[in-house]
Structures are given as C-alpha cells and as structure tokens.
Write a protein that binds this ligand. Structure first.
Ligand code: FAD
Length: 452
C-alpha cells in the first residue's frame, strides 16, 4: 500500500503526526511538497519567506534521505499534482495538516472532494500546526470560538496535550516517482532579501529551540519586553513554517516563570488561529467594526514604512524589519499603534507592509495582532493609544535599541536619542534625520474624536 504525506507549513520530521501516521499506515510513502501556483500568483511568498522556505525544503529533503526517502517537490495546483500521484501509484490515503486560512480551508475541501471521486481518502491532522487544534478548546454556551484571550488561556492550559513524537524510523518511496528539482528562491519570488535574514530549516530550528530552552527561557518573564536586550526566542519563522513544533516547544519548556510566560505566548498563537478558523473573513475585514473612516495619507504611510517618522523608537522598529525580516514584539506594538492610532491609517496598510517583510509573516498572527492593536480585534481596551516616547523610556531606557538600527543617530548618547528635536540647533541640523511628522497629542485626539 502507498500513502502520501502532503507537507505544507509543517516542514519537519520530529513531532509530525501527519508524516508519522502516513508512514505507519502504509508500506510506501510519498513525501510531497507542492509549490502552489495560486499562492505564488498572490505574491504572498515574499523574497524573505521564499529564501527561508527553500532552506526548509532543502533541509527536509536531506533528512528524508537519511530516513530512506526524499522530498518530492512539484509545482502547480496541489489538487492536480496529488491526483496525478494518486493515479500513478495507486495511493489510498493522503495525509495533510489542517490549516485555518480561508484559502487553505477551501483547498482542503477541494482536495477531499477530488480524492473521494478517485476512491482515496484525505486524513486531516488538526494538531500539527498549532499545539491545540482550533476548535478543541470551546467556550460554554453557543459561541463557536473564544473572543477574549484570558479565559482561552485558562482552558488551553488545562487541556491535555499530546506527547511529542519522534521522527519515523524509516521511510520507503515507491519506485519511479517523478519530481522536479528543489526550487531556488528566485523561482518563487523576485527581489532582494533582508541583509540579516536568518536561515531556515528543521536542523537550524531545533538547534535554536535547544539553546533557547537550555540557556535563555528562564529569563523570558523579565526580559521579553527589553528592546535592546533582544531576549525573546526568535522562533517565530520556525513556528510559522513548522520546522519547530509548538507542541514540542511547550512540552520541553519546563516550569520556570520564564517558561510559563513563553508557553502562554504559544497559546496566543493558538488563540489567533482559532479566531481565524471561526472568522476567516478577518484576514481582510474588521473582527469588530468601530466605524472607522481611516485617513488616506500616502506620504505618512511611506515615512512609516521607511522608518522616517521622526520618532526614533518607531523608526528603529521599522528599520529592524527591513534589515532582519523580523521585528521585536514590543516594537511591533509601538509601530502598529503609531500607524493605526497616532496617524489613524488603515491597519490593512500596515499588515500588508509587515507581510511583505516578515519572515514569520502569518495570516492568523499578523492580521489578528494588527486588529488587536488597531482596536478592531479582540483587545478589551480598543481605544488605548501607546505613547512612543513613554514606551521608549520604559523599554529602551538607554537608547541602545535605537542606536543599533538608526546609524544617523549613533553618536547621540543615552536616552536623549529618543528626542533628537531637543538637541541644540547646530547639532540638530547636522543630523540626516527628519522632524516628527505628527504631533503625538494631536494624533491621539484626532483618533479619540474619530472613535467617538
Ligand atoms: P517569543 O516572544 O519568543 O514568543 C514565542 C512564540 O510565541 C513566537 O515565536 C510566536 O509564535 C508566539 N507569539 C508570541 N507573541 C505572539 C502574539 N502576540 N501573537 C501570536 N503569537 C505570538 N507573529 C507571527 O508569528 N507572525 C506575524 O506575522 C506576526 N505579526 C504581528 C504583527 C503585529 C502588529 C504584532 C503586534 C505582533 C505580531 N506577531 C506576529 C506576534 C509577535 O510579535 C511575534 O510572534 C514575536 O515577536 C516573534 O518573536 P519571537 O519568536 O522571538 O517571540
């Protein structure tokens, strides 16, 4: 018998129930990844994510070879490619990790129907991409999802989790499977990548997870908001592409205060996935409409995108994004609040720019975090406005984060770097750095007035 393991964003052999079941259930297994033309056409795989994805596929292929098989890569429509293999190799069972975006779910349905017609079965594994399957934690009453994080976290924490699985022992490919060569990033997405982009792949992800859990997680409770300290795991691209399992990360984290805080971040990830699963339209529409009539100000949007708003902590975050394809969570909060509240520009503009650059760019996490900050999502205090100067004083008290990402301000010592407009005139004039594009108090009042 032959089964097919269809990889998507679960690009690992450790703790992968999708692969494990496919391998256990049949004599031969075809590990397949399809570069989906429909997704490629949308431009979603930006250069940063394309480069990371190719690292993941290359590493997965090498690991599968050690286990006796290899990764079969094809390009086109996944349903057509799967049916082609099903017919040629008499495949009876196809295994796939369940995903939550509107497109992913529609593709799952299409694949299930097509397989039915060909006498084969689709098995969906809903606990691979998230630690807890969307829908596994259900609220009381007749609601279909949790809209508030704290009660969700309580239930999420109580729920028994699976024990992480080892990699399958051995995989056997059926004879004569045809495949395309592994792609190079340029075949997926054109354009240059961020200069300091991290490398992808399960091997790298597991090393990062191991080091994080051994050396750093205990300091997470105190350190995770420290912008310059950079004391978060940086596991997000690996969690997005599934080279690290959220279940395994939570299982191995331990019981320190830092570990508990870290695990609750993994629950945030699951929380947003269950919201998107229940409300797929939230990737583009307000989860809770506040009647916003967002301003249209292309110059201000561009200044924000380029990190030239005149507020150093905002600009440092935006430049970190361009340099690393990643941004510290505290900076994401500050920059997103600045765009949607201080400038009162549409959260979709910000979300689009983030998705273009973030290696961890993820429909559930990105769109719903943007909505959370914009006050159109699940935040219970939708009208709070973060003051970037107060945020800077608190989370970058020495100004080191700003100096790291804004070379033009590198020579301003200490926290003064957060307020270059207070420098003596002659010094101010020498800086190639703009004046603030908005007055913070005016921006805040404009927003609060608009929200009524
Ligand atoms: P850690 O602090 O080490 O946390 C561990 C893991 O928990 C992360 O890797 C991530 O998977 C998860 N996590 C942490 N915080 C959140 C959160 N608020 N929501 C959901 N999951 C979380 N995260 C993404 O993975 N993809 C995105 O596209 C994304 N866009 C965001 C946009 C905005 C406006 C904001 C405010 C946040 C966004 N986040 C996104 C959430 C968060 O900022 C990142 O997950 C985190 O900064 C990644 O760094 P890390 O791996 O070091 O996180």
């Amino acid at each position: 018998s032959v089964s097919l393991a269809l990889f998507t964003r679960d690009l690992r052999v450790h703790d992968n129930p999708m692969l494990h079941t496919a391998a256990d259930a049949a004599d031969h297994v075809i590990p397949l990844f399809v570069l989906d033309d429909a997704i490629l056409r949308t431009g979603f795989p930006s250069p940063n994510r394309a480069a990371f994805l190719v690292d993941c596929l290359t590493d997965l292929d090498a690991t599968l070879r050690e286990l006796g098989a290899r990764l079969i890569v094809r390009r086109g429509d996944p349903v057509t490619e799967v049916l082609d293999l099903v017919t040629h190799h008499a495949i009876t069972d196809v295994h796939l990790s369940g995903d939550v975006s509107r497109y992913a779910r529609q593709r799952q349905r299409r694949l299930g129907d097509a397989l039915d017609e060909h006498g084969a079965r689709l098995h969906l594994h809903d606990d691979v991409i998230t630690a807890v399957a969307p829908g596994a934690v259900t609220p009381t009453g007749n609601r279909d999802h949790f809209a508030v994080f704290t009660p969700y976290l309580r239930r999420w924490t109580e729920l028994p989790k699976r024990t992480p699985l080892p990699p399958p022992h051995r995989l056997r490919l059926p004879p004569r499977v045809t495949a395309h060569a592994l792609p190079d990033p340029g075949a997926i997405s054109r354009g240059s990548t961020a200069p300091d982009l991290p490398g992808g792949g399960e091997t790298t992800g597991r090393d990062l997870l191991g080091t994080w859990l051994r050396d750093d997680v205990t300091g997470y409770a105190d350190g995770h908001d420290d912008l310059a300290g950079d004391r978060t795991s940086r596991l997000s691209p690996h969690l997005h592409f599934g080279t690290v399992s959220a279940t395994e990360a939570a299982h191995r984290a331990g019981r320190s205060a830092g570990a508990r805080e870290f695990v609750s971040q993994l629950a945030w990830r699951d929380f947003h996935h269950q919201v998107l699963a229940a409300r797929p339209a939230c990737s583009t529409h307000d989860y809770r409409s506040r009647g916003d009539r967002w301003r249209h100000a292309p110059d201000e949007l561009r200044a924000w995108q380029e990190g030239r708003t005149g507020y150093p902590v905002v600009d440092a975050g935006m430049r970190q994004l361009l340099r690393e394809g990643w941004m510290h969570n505290r900076a994401r909060l500050i920059t997103a609040s600045f765009l949607t509240k201080t400038l009162y520009l549409d959260w979709r503009e910000g979300a689009r720019h983030f998705l273009r650059h973030l290696t961890d760019g993820d429909i559930a996490n990105n769109q719903l975090n943007w909505q959370w900050v914009a006050g159109t999502g699940t935040d219970t205090r939708p009208n709070r406005v973060l003051n970037p100067l107060r945020q800077a004083d608190r989370y970058d008290p020495r100004g080191d984060y700003v100096r790291r990402y804004l070379p033009e301000l590198r020579d301003i010592p200490g926290p003064e770097v957060h307020r270059p407009w207070t420098l003596p005139d002659h010094q101010r004039r020498e800086l190639d750095y703009p004046d603030p594009i908005v007055d913070l108090a005016e921006g805040r009042e404009r927003f609060l007035a608009a929200r009524g």
